[in-house]
Design a binder for this molecule. Structure first.
Ligand SMILES: [Zn+2]
Length: 462
């Protein structure tokens, strides 16, 4: 018998056994007072105290006993549990005073209903030795909570073979007396457990990890991880860098160990073959590459859905990758030229609106190709960008060095797509047609410069 039950029994026996005797003493005392001060009417009544606080007076102890039984029946009906004791201290003390209003049985029952916690035989679910405690009506209800948490962790596991399902925390379930008011249904407890607590977690970046793998291994999306780490550049993770992984952690974590087999691709390699048939910076795909396929079996350990460990158990190659073969040009751009040599690509589509050479306004050092603002301008050959900025009357201007003493210039641009120092390939988008600098309308002014002197671009263009 526990203390609470004992207290209740004590209380009942106090009323049942000692009530009459006290009443007799009270009656004797009252008689004595009446004899001395006959103007007063004195009675014995009883003071009802709950946890030391006086609730009021009752005419007899049986009023409290009856009210107690009534309240107990109401509690048993409301919770569906057999009440075994009261949690509170309920006392009835005899007092001798002038007659005053006493509480009715209904009034006492209402007070007891409001102020007394009933105790019933139930069970307690204890997490990490008291870190969290949940009260259930039965051990079966407690087991139902644990089963629901495990079932939740096993939902959506697909074809995985489950090896084990356990709790990360030390979870115990013990039967014993519990306060009726604390009893929760399994569904209520599961909701509380899953709503969780705020946990500060971090991850220190190790060699070979990317933003993507960190996100995947902790069960968050890349955008969620980015939100948690707004100052981190996902493309420039450093070894030893600490990433924030704060999220709501459940009060009880389910640890699942499973085996999963997934199809993965094997990236193909690219073999480059040098050829003098192509200009420097030009490439030509001879054979496309094909990714291979493999079936990989992993043992995965998850805590509350986040991968905490992943080990490769087995790999079966289904198909080997096939390497790509790409020709890479080595031919230098020629310096001497004949008309239509075709060693330079046209830098922009459009008609020549002003040719190279002498014109009324003076010597024209290039050709003008008519175009609209925003039309793509492309590198005439492979090379290195040596200028990409405003250049006097040329406006926004790009100069590309093709080596061997040859350069090409692109003037009056509206935008740049490359910067100084960039290596460009033949035909690469470098800027957009515009009307900047000394220009009378949108066009591209294009120059070919060989060993420092401009040449007629027509002789070099395809
Ligand atoms: Zn021009």
């Amino acid at each position: 018998m526990n203390n609470l039950t004992a207290k209740f029994k004590e209380f009942k026996s106090f009323i049942e056994e000692k009530g009459n005797k006290k009443y007799m003493i009270g009656a004797v005392a009252a008689t004595a007072v009446v004899a001395v001060l006959s103007v007063f009417t004195l009675n014995t009544s009883y003071s009802l105290e709950i946890d030391g606080n006086v609730v009021g007076q009752v005419a007899s102890k049986s009023v409290v006993t009856e009210a107690m039984n009534e309240a107990q029946e109401a509690a048993e009906a409301a919770y569906g549990l057999d009440v075994v004791a009261v949690y509170n201290t309920v006392e009835v003390k005899a007092v001798h005073n002038i007659a005053k209003d006493t509480l009715t049985e209904e009034e006492v029952a209402a007070v007891i209903n409001e102020q007394v916690d009933w105790v019933a035989a139930g069970a307690t679910l204890n997490v990490n030795n008291g870190e969290y405690k949940f009260t259930v009506a039965t051990v079966e209800d407690g087991q139902a909570v644990l089963d629901m948490l495990k079932e939740g962790a096993l939902a959506n596991q697909g074809d995985a073979t489950i090896k084990s399902v356990e709790f990360l925390e030390d979870v115990t379930l013990e039967s014993g007396n519990v306060k009726i008011g604390d009893v929760q249904t399994p569904a209520e407890i599961v909701a509380t457990v899953q709503a969780g607590k705020e946990a500060i977690k971090t991850h220190t970046v190790a060699k070979g990890e990317s933003f993507w793998t960190v996100a995947k291994n902790h069960g968050v999306t890349v955008s969620e991880l980015q939100k948690l780490n707004p100052d981190v550049n996902p493309d420039r993770l450093k070894i030893g860098q600490v990433l924030n992984l704060t999220w709501l952690e459940p009060l009880i974590n389910v640890v699942v160990v499973k085996e999963v087999t997934v199809e993965e691709s094997i990236a193909y390699a690219t073999e480059y073959k040098e050829t003098a048939n192509l200009y420097r910076g030009e490439t030509q795909v001879v054979k496309k590459g094909t990714n291979g396929k493999k079936m990989v079996t992993y043992e995965v350990k998850e805590t509350s859905g986040a991968v905490v460990e992943k080990t490769t158990l087995n790999e079966i190659v289904i198909s080997e990758p096939v390497s790509a073969v790409v020709n890479k040009g080595t031919k230098a751009v020629a310096l001497s030229s004949r008309s239509g040599d075709g060693i330079l690509n046209w830098p922009m589509s459009g008609k020549i609106t002003s040719p190279y050479g002498t014109r009324s306004s003076g010597f024209h050092s290039g050709i003008d190709i008519g175009g609209k603002i925003g039309r793509g301008v492309y590198s005439a050959a492979g090379g290195k960008v040596v200028l990409a900025s405003w250049y006097y009357a040329y406006g926004n201007c790009i100069l590309i060095d093709h080596g061997n003493g040859m350069k090409t210039r692109y003037a009056h641009l509206s935008a740049y797509k490359v910067k100084v120092g960039d290596t460009v390939e033949r035909g690469q988008l470098i800027g957009l047609c515009g009307n900047t600098g000394r220009s009378t309308g949108p066009h591209l002014h294009f120059e070919v410069i060989v060993n420092g002197s401009t040449k007629n671009p027509i002789n070099y263009l395809k």
